[in-house]
Ligand binder design. Structure first.
Ligand SMILES: CC(C)(COP(=O)(O)OP(=O)(O)OC[C@H]1O[C@@H](n2cnc3c(N)ncnc32)[C@H](O)[C@@H]1OP(=O)(O)O)[C@@H](O)C(=O)NCCC(=O)NCCS
Length: 148
């Protein structure tokens, strides 16, 4: 991993970075159809947002958000790094900040949903596929989430 000192990690989403958040959303299969109005609603409705900004060029390059009851369960969502800076440690910065946030660090369970090719990334922070007899069930109007 290449440490990059120009990256700033924060729990704020500066309004000027919302268009760049749309670029990040455009790069991921499950977020690509979101509108800017939906993005603003998502930010307002999330308990924690993590951003990584490449400060010299003031560019948002990493994002994640969390829904949390601050006690038993936190759900990590929309972990996305700009395609051209993947492999530089930004994703690790995002996940470190997610798991260090006080509304996440102390909760009993932290959960996320991901594709098989990303499981090894999350295993670095102790996430496992051992979910006992649990099954993910989903009720959605987004057909991309229920296809193959
Ligand atoms: C998955 C993602 C967030 C990783 O971000 P990144 O900035 O490339 O990751 P980093 O550079 O911080 O990598 C940290 C470590 O994880 C490893 N890693 C990164 N992606 C990995 C993957 N898919 N599988 C296994 N290991 C991975 C890196 O090799 C690195 O290891 P190292 O420290 O030994 O060098 C990024 O590839 C991404 O945005 N993907 C598209 C969106 C997506 O699928 N997000 C996950 C949604 S559940």
């Amino acid at each position: 991993m290449v440490a990059h000192s120009s990256y700033d990690v924060s729990y704020d989403v500066d309004a000027v970075h919302v268009p760049q958040l749309m670029d990040l959303f455009a790069s991921a299969w499950w977020t690509a159809r979101r509108t800017e109005a939906e993005a603003r609603a998502i930010l307002a409705g999330s308990d924690v947002a993590v951003t990584v900004v490449d400060r010299p060029v003031d560019r948002l390059v990493g994002f994640a958000r969390v829904l949390t009851d601050r006690t038993y369960l936190a759900v990590v969502l929309d972990v996305i790094v700009a395609p051209d800076v993947r492999g530089e440690g930004v994703g690790a910065m995002v996940m470190d900040a997610v798991l260090e946030h006080p509304w996440v660090a102390g909760v009993t369970s932290v959960e996320l949903v991901c594709r098989p090719e990303v499981t090894a990334f999350y295993e670095r922070w102790g996430f496992t596929q051992h979910v006992g007899h649990s099954r993910l069930m989903r009720r959605t109007t987004d057909v991309s989430l229920i296809g193959e």
